[in-house]
Design a protein. Sequence first.
Length: 252
Amino acid sequence: MRKHGRSAAGAQRWRCTDCGATYSFRREDQTQQATFAAFIDYVLDKNAQYEVDGTATGRSARARFAWCWNVPTPPLAVTGEIYDQLFIDGIYLAYNRALLTAVNERGEVVARQWADSENAAAYTALLKPLPPPRLITCDGASGALKAIGAVWGDQAPPVQRCLLHVHRNNIRDLTNRPRTAAGKALRALSKRLLKVRTPDEAARWSGLLAQFHSQYKDWLNERTYARDDPDEARRRGKTKPTQQIGPAKYDT
């Protein structure tokens, strides 16, 4: 065998000196290395699967990356260090699996846990190996709050609600372009909340929130009664068509 140029794909081609047949050999190790590198880029990037492979459904990317999800990850060493702050959250990846992580104040992942959902059992498994930190930040999910109390009991640290999650929840309800004056004011308050850094700034923000409630008290107390709009009540599932519309009410 001797070298005989390269194939159209750039692979080394070989030629048999006896029969003249040419061959090119696949380097499976290099192929897998390239696939896994692309998989890591996909996980860390914001692109969807269909954007990775350029198709409408991302089916080829899912097939290409299928084996990557099963690569075992090395265990994280538990040092016993008491962290000033831990951030816990979950992200849903392929195959409807959630990856829960605990990140310290230095941005280091100190614990991780695969789970089917962000429930109390999954967060308990995540936090159990760790000593209680001085403060813990989460999105306020009931499973996380329950696990914090179950794992650390009387030593459970104070919990701070993640302000970014609060803002996202507000935008989900208000949208980025609220039409009412009250909605615009509440959106501005939500954005300002992300900039609070000191106790004085927190106190000023609380004062602005109280001012908002005072200024828009009538707007906040507005209600639509089912007896006034039965068609809307049925659309919202508050009553059944065969039932008589009663005094039940719902928020607009």
